[in-house]
Design a protein around this ligand. Sequence first.
Ligand SMILES: CC(C)(COP(=O)(O)OP(=O)(O)OC[C@H]1O[C@@H](n2cnc3c(N)ncnc32)[C@H](O)[C@@H]1OP(=O)(O)O)[C@@H](O)C(=O)NCCC(=O)NCCS
Length: 185
Amino acid sequence: METFNEKNYRIRQERPEDIPTVKVLIESAFRDVAESDHKEHLLVERLRHSEAFIPELSLVAESPKGEIVGHILLTRVRIVSAAGKETLSLGVAPLSVLPAWQRMGIGSVLVLEAHRCAAALNYRSAVLLGHKDYYPRLGYRKASSWNITFSYDVPEDCCMAIELCPGGLEGVQGMVCYDKAFEEV
Ligand SMILES: CC(C)(COP(=O)(O)OP(=O)(O)OC[C@H]1O[C@@H](n2cnc3c(N)ncnc32)[C@H](O)[C@@H]1OP(=O)(O)O)[C@@H](O)C(=O)NCCC(=O)NCCS
């Protein structure tokens, strides 16, 4: 599924031939981010080979000239309650826009289009660790509103979740368990 917006860049599924370009794009996007370990491109490579990977949810933003300027990846995660109940969800990570193309709405469009694709695949929710001022404008709320927690040592404000359909997180609580690809190798 491909879409165009008013700025005429389009969001589409990543293709195998995009992978080298996307790698450079992710490295560039995170180069000056203080909180980054600058290894996000390696994480994406591991995730592509993991069971958590969903090809339809690795999306790129393409400029009118065919330049890939943004990328987003959503992969399968589990939310596991203290009683052991497991709920399938999606982890949003990473989101990258080339520095020269930032603040033009591309990151927002990537997130919203990823939500639309995920909902079409019947995924009911997504979670992420991210900037507390960025994601709420795209519909995210603190994960603690649902008693959803993360195993990472990050401020509560940065732990967020969203329902991709009405009641998508109803009755869901517990710890977000990411694929082992998220662990350093
Ligand atoms: C974060 C990122 C994906 C946003 O993409 P973008 O296309 O620039 O974002 P948009 O144009 O949709 O939104 C821009 C708005 O987000 C805000 N914003 C951008 N980065 C932000 C950040 N790190 N923290 C808080 N707000 C941020 C901008 O201030 C701008 O706000 P304004 O509209 O009030 O001026 C992009 O800046 C990026 O790739 N950054 C480096 C990698 C990164 O940090 N990824 C996110 C990890 S959680």
